[in-house]
Design a protein. Structure first.
Lengths: 385, 137
C-alpha cells in the first residue's frame, strides 16, 4: 500500500553546486546549493521550517555544522543517510514533514565528495571475506551478463544508453562530465574495460557536489510563486526489498528488481497516473544496464522491450520518453548525498520549462527513481499544475 | 600449519573424506526455504530456522570479470583482475562469490563447485582460507 500525503506539497526552490572531480570543500558546495535554492524560491532561511541534510561522508555532525551558515534559526536539522538514495530520502523526509503538518516548508540538502570517502567499496574484513565482492561495478555487471544471456542484449545497446547520457550532459552546467563533442557508442566501447561488459565511460561519474530543494504547502507556494508554474509532488514513495526467487543476501548492492516495480506501482497509484502519463524520467543509471531494466520495471515498456526503446532513440531528448535528461549518474554525476536531489532539480527545471537546450517539449509530469545500497528504492513523481 | 576459515560464520572447511567446504545456511521448515548466510528467523514467515550445511555444487547464474588488480589484501598478480559470479545451489539459494579460473571457464549454466582459497597467515601462523567457486566438469 502506498504511503499518503495528507496535504499537497510543492517544490518552491531548487539549487545546485555543479558536480565535479576537484575535491572541493563539501561545506562550501552545500552552501552554494542551499543559497541557490533559497534564492530560487525567493525566501530567506528564516522561512524554512526544517532542514534534512543528506550525506554519506564527512564528520558525524557535518549537516548541523553546515546549516549554521544559513543562519541560527533554531529549526530542526536532521541527518539522512541511505547510500545512493540519500538525497532522495532527504527530499522524501522534507515532503512528508510538510504533508504531515509538522512544518509549512522544509529544505532537503545533499552534499558529498566520493573522492573523500575512504570506505566505499572496501571490506571491513580486510580482504578476507566474501563481502569484498560487494562492488557496484561487479554487481551491475552481473545484471548485464545475465541480461545479455536472457534477452540477447548487446554491448552496443549499453554503449548507446551511455552515449545518450553523456550527450544529454553536454548542455548541463551542473554536470561533472561535459564532453566537448558528440560522444559516440564506439567511443564508449573503446574506453577501458572495468567490469565486463561495462567500460569506464559506462560507469557513473563519482565525484563531489551539492544539491538542494525546498518544498512547501500550497498556500506558501501560491504566496511566493509570482506566477511561476507550480510544481506539485504528486507521489513520494520508498520501499526496501521483499523476498524473491534467487534472493542474494550477502553481496547484493541493491535489492531485487521487484523493489523498483513495487515502489513505482505505489507511486503511480498515489499520483493517480500510469507510465503513459510520464513525460520524462530520471533513474539510478550507475551503469547502463540499470537504465535498460528500469525502462521495463517502471512500466515504460513491456518486459524485454527495453532494447527496442534504445534502438529507436525513444529515451533520448526528442524521443517518446526521455530518460536521464541531465546526463544521469553516468555524466551529470553521482557524488552520493546530492544525487537524488539533482534529479529533483532537473525535473523541476524541466516542468517549469526552464531547462534550456535540454528542454523536453511540453513536459507536464516527471518521475525520479533512485536505488540505494542496502536495499532502498525511492520514487517521486512531480507534476506541473 | 593449521588451516582456518576467515569467517567461520559463513563456511566450514571439508571434514573427513569431504572434497569440498560447505557454506553454512539456514532452513525454515514452515516456508521450506533455505538461506545464506544464516538468519535469525525466516524472513518470509518470521518463524524459526534450523542450521544446515548447504550443498557445495551449483549452477552459474551470472558472472563478470573485474579489471581491478587488487581486492582487499589479495593480489591477483598477472591475472589483471578477478571473476565474480552468482551461483544457484540446489536448495534454491543464490550465492555471490569470487570465482577461480579465467573467463573461458565460465558460462551461464556452468556447473560450479565450492573450494578454498588461501589468503595468508594470521598472527599465530595459521593458514587462513576463504572460499571461491570454480568450474567443474
Amino acid at each position: 500500500m502506498p504511503t499518503k500525503l495528507n496535504r499537497d506539497v510543492y517544490v518552491i526552490g531548487v539549487g545546485m553546486h555543479r558536480f565535479n572531480n576537484e575535491t572541493l570543500d563539501p561545506g562550501a558546495m552545500a552552501d552554494v546549493a542551499g543559497m541557490a535554492a533559497l534564492a530560487d524560491a525567493g525566501i530567506d532561511f528564516t522561512d524554512v521550517g526544517a532542514l534534512y541534510n543528506g550525506y554519506l561522508g564527512g564528520g558525524m555532525a557535518n549537516g548541523v555544522r553546515f546549516a549554521k551558515e544559513f543562519g541560527l534559526t533554531g529549526i530542526p536539522v536532521t541527518h539522512v543517510e541511505n547510500a545512493s538514495a540519500t538525497g532522495s530520502c532527504a527530499f522524501g523526509e522534507a515532503v512528508h514533514a510538510v504533508a504531515g503538518g509538522r512544518v509549512e516548508s522544509a529544505m532537503a540538502l545533499g552534499f558529498d565528495d566520493m573522492n573523500q570517502l575512504g570506505g566505499i567499496g572496501r571490506s571491513r574484513s580486510k580482504g578476507m571475506g566474501a563481502e569484498d565482492v560487494m562492488l557496484p561495478a561487479a554487481f551491475f555487471a552481473m545484471w548485464a551478463t545475465r541480461r545479455m544471456h536472457d534477452a540477447g542484449t548487446t554491448m552496443e545497446t549499453f554503449a548507446k544508453i551511455a552515449a545518450k547520457n553523456w550527450n544529454h550532459a553536454r548542455t548541463n552546467p551542473f554536470a561533472q562530465r561535459r564532453a566537448d563533442h558528440e560522444v559516440t557508442p564506439d567511443e564508449i566501447l573503446a574506453a577501458t574495460m572495468i567490469s565486463y561488459p561495462h567500460t569506464s565511460m559506462m560507469a557513473c561519474a563519482s565525484g563531489g557536489g551539492a544539491s538542494a530543494a525546498i518544498v512547501a504547502t500550497k498556500e506558501v507556494a501560491e504566496r511566493i510563486g509570482g506566477g511561476r508554474p507550480m510544481i506539485r509532488v504528486s507521489a513520494s514513495q520508498q520501499r526496501s526489498e521483499t523476498y524473491t526467487d534467487g534472493h542474494v543476501f550477502l553481496g547484493a548492492v541493491i535489492g531485487p528488481s521487484q523493489m523498483t516495480r513495487d515502489t513505482a506501482a505505489d507511486a503511480y497509484e498515489q499520483a493517480g497516473l500510469g507510465p503513459a502519463d510520464v513525460d520524462l524520467v530520471q533513474v539510478h543509471d550507475a551503469f547502463p544496464v540499470e537504465e535498460l531494466v528500469y525502462y521495463e520495471l517502471l512500466g515504460i515498456c513491456g518486459e524485454g522491450e527495453g532494447d527496442g526503446l534504445v534502438a529507436d532513440g525513444e529515451t533520448t531528448i526528442g524521443g517518446r520518453i526521455p530518460f536521464s535528461t541531465d546526463g544521469g549518474l553516468t555524466a551529470r554525476g553521482h557524488p552520493g548525498g546530492p544525487t537524488g536531489l539533482a534529479q529533483i532539480h532537473e525535473t523541476t527545471m524541466q516542468l517549469r520549462h526552464e531547462a534550456g537546450d535540454r528542454q523536453v517539449e511540453g513536459a507536464q509530469t516527471g518521475l525520479c527513481h533512485m536505488a540505494g545500497a542496502g536495499s532502498v528504492c525511492v520514487v517521486h513523481i512531480l507534476q506541473r499544475n | 600449519m593449521t588451516m582456518l576459515p576467515t569467517d567461520p560464520r559463513l563456511f566450514r572447511l571439508p571434514e573427513g573424506d569431504e572434497a569440498r567446504p560447505h557454506l553454512l545456511g539456514s532452513y525454515a521448515p514452515e516456508s521450506e526455504l533455505y538461506f545464506w548466510p544464516r538468519r535469525q528467523r525466516c524472513p518470509v514467515t518470521r518463524t524459526a530456522v534450523e542450521d544446515v550445511d548447504l550443498t557445495s555444487e551449483g549452477v552459474l547464474y551470472a558472472w563478470t570479470f573485474l579489471h581491478v588488480p587488487r581486492m582487499g589484501k589479495i593480489s591477483y598478480g598477472d591475472a589483471g583482475g578477478y571473476g565474480v559470479g552468482q551461483i544457484d545451489l540446489a536448495e534454491g539459494v543464490r550465492i555471490q562469490a569470487p570465482l577461480l579460473g579465467t573467463t573461458d571457464d565460465w558460462q551461464i549454466g556452468s556447473k560450479m563447485g565450492l573450494t578454498t582459497f588461501p589468503v595468508g597467515e594470521d598472527d599465530d601462523g595459521n593458514e587462513m582460507v576463504t572460499f571461491r567457486f570454480e568450474a567443474i566438469s
